[in-house]
Design a protein around this ligand. Structure first.
Ligand code: GLN
Length: 247
């Protein structure tokens, strides 16, 4: 009798532990997912991740009364991680679009961005039309990937890191990179033989992705974004990283 009771108690405790372990949303921790190769939004400074999204996520965690923890993963794994509850939200300079809205809910936008074309200085590519039949590198699963894939006759290479895409351009393995404008400026400052075409390919907006139906977290995120827009701290954040990374 006593053994049975102990057994039942053990099973109950084990079930409880497992149910918590399988769920990213604990009472004290808020888990952000991101891909750290996207300065100034997220980048590694030694072993510390920094960036606009990291600061924004910390403000969200503070508002929620939780501790932020960060999971670094390939960009194209983020939506599935949100859907599966492995992370509470994705903050990764992620562009809002209709296709992504089918799998996650997005916060209000917090940044206006665009996709641009990077080429070697002196390249024959001067406009988007010139990309036809060329070799283009992008980061896998990004909106730049979608744009490159739509270029007629183009060969698209898709590393999981933008740094590798830019390196391919630098080494002459591809003719162009399609990438978000702000990270492009940082790469152009780093590799002085690269340049950004004047005409952007599109305009986009970044937002934070949460699991469909997580209205409580979405409300907290939107509250923080609204407050930071209104009091100028979002602009200040962008400026802080612009000054840090572009001088
Ligand atoms: N803004 C782009 C997208 O959402 C790229 C984001 C990124 O690479 N972190 O696809």
């Amino acid at each position: 009798m006593k053994t049975t009771r102990i057994l039942v108690a053990t099973i109950l405790v084990a079930a409880l532990v497992f149910s918590f372990a399988g769920c990213s949303t604990s009472s004290t921790k808020l888990v952000m997912g991101t891909e750290s190769g996207f300065a100034p939004f997220e980048y590694m400074d030694g072993s510390t991740m920094k960036g606009i999204d990291v600061d924004l996520a910390n403000a969200i965690a503070t508002e929620a009364g939780k501790t932020l923890s960060i999971e670094d993963m390939p960009f194209d794994s983020l939506l599935a991680a949100v859907e599966g509850g492995k992370i509470d939200f994705a903050a990764a300079g992620m562009t809002v679009n209709d296709e992504r809205k089918l799998s996650v809910d997005f916060s209000d936008p917090y940044f206006d961005a665009s996709q641009v074309v990077m080429v070697k200085k002196g390249s024959s590519i001067a406009t988007a039309d010139d990309l036809k039949n060329k070799k283009i590198a992008v980061q896998q699963g990004t909106t730049g990937d979608t744009l490159a894939t739509a270029v007629s006759g183009a060969t698209v290479d898709r590393p999981t890191k933008f740094a590798d895409a830019v390196l391919e351009l630098e080494q002459g393995k591809v003719d162009a990179v399609i990438i978000d404008s702000f990270p492009a400026q940082i790469y152009a400052a780093q590799y002085t033989d690269l340049q950004i075409l004047a005409q952007p390919l599109d305009t986009e907006q970044y937002a934070i992705a949460v699991k469909k139906g997580n209205t409580a977290l979405l409300a907290t995120i939107n509250k923080v974004i609204a407050k930071m827009k209104a009091d100028g701290s979002l602009d200040a954040l962008v400026k802080k990283y612009q000054d840090t990374l572009l001088g």
